[in-house]
Ligand binder design. Structure first.
Ligand code: FMN
Length: 271
């Protein structure tokens, strides 16, 4: 019998006495076993199923019930070309957007001031959109679909706003590719809970040794190949390029430094 303990081991590469008596079935097992999938068959996703999954997305919790997000179902080939590659060819491509325009318009309808063009509202709208995307993903994966979020869309954020007609106050936080998977993908090992979960007080005193162990466990099952090692022209190719080496390489250069300027020009003063 496959147990939750087996799935836990796959997820973390750790042998722990957790979930040994629990059969690997139901939502918990599906979540522990999930992975992003980037290759799909040509089989279409029925419209009715897509509508059900979008209803699941909208069932996510939302800050103060404000529901500050929008989802664009992108079918227009011109828009698909903006993303291009395998992402543009996905059977379904959704754009999850933070949306603070709706409440601003409603304030006008109701004759109230809108005094929340601030960082807090910006963040709440991003969280709402992200939770909706995750609800969609969990629901889609439960019926056998594969999904992959695509933050790469923010590399061409102006173009996306143009092609999808996203007005001020609405911007993409992530695309989402969806389709019937043509590969099994793989489980991406997570940081040990000792690094991520804190009890009562934040404690990262063992960060380095815990992450060294994680790097080694990941490397034992998957060696990051030269073409996936980041910024090799600056840091070189390594035989042992661990997760922490690769992620810190990535963050040694600013990602999307123009994003704040984009937001400021797109209806967010971020007071
Ligand atoms: C907000 C967000 C944006 C992402 N953007 C991309 C992307 O642009 N391209 C891509 O291939 N994967 C993208 N991913 C998928 C991550 O790479 C993936 O979740 C991570 O490697 C862990 O793998 P797993 O989801 O299979 O567990 C994104 C994930 C999230 C949550």
């Amino acid at each position: 019998m496959t147990t939750i303990a087996d799935l836990y081991k796959n997820r973390f590469g750790l042998d722990r006495e957790i979930g040994q008596g629990m059969k690997a079935e139901g939502t918990v097992a599906e979540i522990l076993n999930r992975r992003s999938l980037r290759r799909y068959t040509d089989e279409p996703v029925p419209d009715d199923l897509l509508d059900v999954l979008l209803a699941c997305a909208q069932s996510a919790p939302a800050k103060s019930d404000l529901q500050q997000y929008s989802i664009v179902v992108v079918t227009d080939p011109k828009a698909r070309d903006v993303i291009g590659g395998w992402e543009g060819a996905a059977p379904v491509f959704l754009m999850f957007c933070a949306d603070s325009r709706r409440q601003r318009r409603l304030a006008e309808f109701r004759g109230h001031d809108f005094e929340n063009d601030n960082v807090d509202t910006f963040m709440n709208s991003c969280i709402d959109a992200a939770l909706a995307m995750q609800s969609f993903i969990i629901a889609a994966e439960s019926v056998g679909l594969g999904c992959c979020p695509i933050s790469q869309v923010r590399n061409k954020i102006d173009e996306w706003c143009d092609v999808l007609g996203l007005p001020e106050g609405v911007f993409p936080i992530s695309g989402l590719c969806v389709g019937w998977p043509s590969t099994n993908g793989f489980i991406s090992m997570r940081l040990p809970p000792s690094v991520v979960v804190h009890r009562d007080k934040y404690d990262d005193s063992k960060l380095q040794e815990d992450v060294d162990g994680y790097d080694a466990r990941r490397h034992a099952i998957y060696q990051i190949p030269p073409e996936k090692q980041r910024l090799t022209e600056r840091y070189g190719v390594l035989d042992f390029c661990g997760w922490s080496e690769n992620t810190t390489r990535q963050l040694s250069e600013a990602e999307r430094p123009g994003f704040k300027k984009f937001l400021n020009g797109h209806g967010f003063t971020l007071k």
